[in-house]
Ligand binder design. Structure first.
Ligand code: SF4
Length: 373
């Protein structure tokens, strides 16, 4: 996959001295750089273009985060949530997945990096040192792709060794890219999990535009496996289409032909879901999409979902196929009801978000061998 290069770089004067800013300036050449005291003035005209999301992805803004970096995953209170924490170092993504929730979630169309990382590290230090009893699962891939800017930022050079020294935290880097060159030779001490979002190849090719192919993602995971990283995979969103069984089975075959299940910390599944306001955005920006063909019903959180029997069928088949490779794989559902959990896993053991969080936080067994959901 071609690495992302913006057409314009905007630097908020408050982060001129940041190590991330230095890295970006060293790694980019030949593109216009603007320094500003007020990034809004530079960004506003983009909001009035015909497709601000497309135009905004071509602009990289380095600014400061004046709020908190670490926040609980928004989850959905009516569904079981895994208790994840998000390290919000950047927002937006250069890839173009038709179903991407960020299209309605962000109020700023450009690629934003919060470059005041000394504040990020002091907040992390403060939070992690106050709560040494539990294991923090922290991820950077909720409002951006964790690795898509890494060749410019060198962010992982800083965070992976930091987490390597922590006894009570696991960092998850969630990506669709094969942008892993910075991960070579980093001291990770088993505390960084590199995770890929996977899908059926038909869906990846048609709905995940500008993202690397499934083969490229699995090849990158294989290289990380060679480097001793723990791995995770997210089949999210699972998309229902004629032939989905063969499509997802093929991806699983490819995955387990190269990846040793004992290196997998967890695998999540989540069927396609979206807030109603995303539908017109998808129709306008991706008129050739085929993900809206099925019937949807509003869930308890107002998001549109497939009918429950379809979700249960997809999860159950996927689980059966995955357990065929290794019955000990740790698999969980993202934002699903207790009823669906029970039907899929055929037991009651995950009754609440707290149960799920506790099970995923068992660091001693998070290589996935001893836990069955
Ligand atoms: S890779 Fe993730 S963040 Fe990027 S466009 Fe696709 S769904 Fe959105």
């Amino acid at each position: 996959m071609d690495q992302y290069v913006p057409d314009r770089l905007i630097i908020h004067n408050t982060v001129k001295g940041s190590p991330l800013t230095h890295n970006v300036l060293n790694n980019l050449s030949g593109i216009p750089v603007e320094y500003t005291d007020d990034p809004e003035i530079a960004i506003d005209p983009i909001k009035w273009t015909r497709d601000p999301l497309r135009v905004g992805k071509r602009v990289l803004l380095l600014t400061e985060n004046r709020g908190r970096f670490l926040k609980p995953c928004p989850g959905t209170k009516e569904y079981i949530c895994c208790g994840y924490q998000i390290l919000n170092f950047a927002t937006n993504c250069n890839m173009e997945c038709s179903y991407c929730i960020l299209q309605t979630y962000l109020n700023n169309p450009v690629m934003v990096v919060y470059a005041n990382i000394e504040d990020m590290f002091s907040e992390l230090e403060d939070r992690l040192s106050k709560d040494r009893g539990s294991v923090w699962r922290i991820g950077t891939g909720e409002f951006t792709d964790s690795l898509t800017l890494d060749h410019l930022l060198g962010f992982t050079d800083l965070v992976v060794p930091y987490f390597a020294k922590k006894k009570n935290a696991i960092l998850e880097l969630k990506t669709k890219t094969d942008n892993i060159s910075n991960l070579f030779n980093l001291e990770h001490n088993g505390n960084t999990v590199v995770a890929w979002s996977l899908n059926a190849e038909e869906i990846a090719g048609r709905e995940e535009l500008l993202a690397p192919s499934i083969d490229e993602r699995i090849a990158a995971a294989f290289k990380c496996q060679e480097m001793g990283y723990s791995l995770a995979f997210h089949f999210d969103p699972l998309i229902y289409y004629a032939g989905w069984e063969e499509g997802y089975r093929r991806t699983l075959n490819k995955l387990f032909s190269r990846i040793d299940p004992s290196n997998i910390s967890w695998i999540s599944m989540g069927c396609l879901r979206f807030p109603p306001e995303l539908k017109p955005v998808i129709e306008k920006r991706f008129p050739k999409n085929r993900i809206l063909y099925e019937e949807f019903v509003p869930g308890l959180d107002g998001k549109q979902r497939y009918f429950q029997p379809i979700r249960i069928e997809m999860y159950s088949r996927m689980l059966e196929w995955m357990r065929g490779y290794d019955p000990g794989l740790r698999v969980y559902l993202c934002m699903e009801s207790r009823h669906v959990w029970k039907k899929v896993f055929k037991d009651d053991r995950v009754g609440s978000s707290a149960d799920l969080a506790a099970r995923l936080e068992r660091k001693d067994e998070y290589k996935g061998k001893s836990y069955q959901t």
